[in-house]
Design a protein around this ligand. Structure first.
Ligand SMILES: [Zn+2]
Length: 351
């Protein structure tokens, strides 16, 4: 790391202290835009991540700041990192996990600030975005921690790097100007929050927070789970495996005869032969035959097929027998712990 990067790492110490409280002010269901592989926001988020990595650590995923707990490519301090993905410190997590955490935070900043990218560096630097006329814009934060730039100066410097990277990105030119930085290993937001033991939540935690009351809701006819979420919510593979089939009906056919019930859906068969069925999407994020990891985005949620409103339908079958997903989702959400699908009840979760 350069001296410059170290100084900015110190800034992260001051800035990210308040990060953990930020998502509380965000309306979780108001059109989640944090993570996606799509062209719409995938490019910019990827470029935002690359900009932060360059300024915070020179793109070093194993970076550790002396004199603070800031670590990893994005220089998350431990309290902001908060054990993400089961890793005690950011630099111990693989790049994809660090990228996912950063994408989540970037998404929350953008959602809280009308998708204004210029707010990202300010939030990263001092943990919040001051009102336009505030004197805070022109005061160096925590100079004792090694900061030399005011928020306004840091923002300008950051935007210069961002614009250069954006030009490279949109021009499709190879990223040769930045040879020390690892190439993006995956489209950003390709992963949700991974949990120990090869598990994942089915979508962003903040969306589950906003819909926690739905987790134990019974299904309307057989053992399965319906999760009402806004169209476009990233859906992650709860368990990794092989994409054994896709359903491809993109339209809504609620209540119609010969309706292709699952709409745009994905079936994943895991190593134990358990079938995980995800239905009613608005876009596939995987192809048939793909091997997917737990936490990998497989679908954008939607309202396709036999669906009375935007939601994810989740089915889990062991040896063809439908199981109740609710206890598993609750365990993953409340404790970060998976359950053997074969131990899930086969009744009591429908009406
Ligand atoms: Zn359903």
């Amino acid at each position: 790391m350069s001296i410059k990067a170290l100084a900015i790492g110190g800034a992260a110490l001051g800035g990210l202290l308040t990060l953990a409280t930020l998502p509380a002010v965000i309306a979780p269901t108001a059109g989640y835009t944090g993570t996606s592989c799509g062209a719409t926001i995938g490019g910019p988020v990827e470029v935002i991540q690359a900009t932060i990595r360059q300024l915070e650590s020179g793109g070093d995923y194993t970076a550790r700041a002396p004199g603070s707990s800031a670590s990893g490519a994005y220089q998350f301090i431990d309290s902001s990192w908060a054990g993400y993905g089961g890793y005690p410190r950011a630099y111990l997590a693989p790049p994809a996990v660090q990228d996912a955490k950063a994408a989540e935070y970037i998404g929350s900043v953008l959602a809280a600030n009308s998708d204004d990218v210029t707010t990202v560096p300010v939030a990263w630097y001092i943990g919040h975005v001051p009102p336009a006329g505030s004197s805070e814009w022109d005061i160096v934060p925590s100079p004792g921690a090694g900061n030399r730039l005011t928020p306004r100066e840091y923002q300008a410097k950051w935007m210069d790097v961002y614009r250069a990277k954006l030009a490279e990105h949109s021009g499709g030119a190879p990223d040769t100007a930045d040879a020390t930085e690892p190439a993006a290993s995956t489209c950003t937001g390709g992963f949700g929050e991974p949990l120990p033991g090869g598990w994942s939540l089915p979508g962003p935690r903040e969306v589950l927070d906003a819909t926690a009351g739905e987790i134990d809701d019974p299904h309307h006819d057989y053992a399965a789970w319906d999760w009402p979420v806004p169209t476009g919510t990233p859906i992650y593979a709860i368990r990794g495996g092989n994409v054994t089939s896709l359903t491809t009906y993109p339209h809504n056919c609620y209540g119609q005869a010969n309706c292709e019930a699952c709409g745009l859906g994905v079936v994943i068969t895991d190593e134990q032969g358990v079938q995980w069925t995800y239905c009613h999407g608005s876009a596939h994020r995987v192809n048939q035959g793909d091997t997917v990891a737990a936490g990998q985005q497989i679908l954008d949620s939607g309202n396709s097929g036999n669906s009375s409103g935007p939601h994810l339908h989740l089915g889990i079958r062991t040896n063809g027998v439908a199981r109740c997903p609710q206890p598993l989702i609750a365990s993953l959400y409340d404790h970060g712990v998976g359950l053997d699908p074969a131990s899930l009840p086969t009744s009591g979760c429908s009406y």
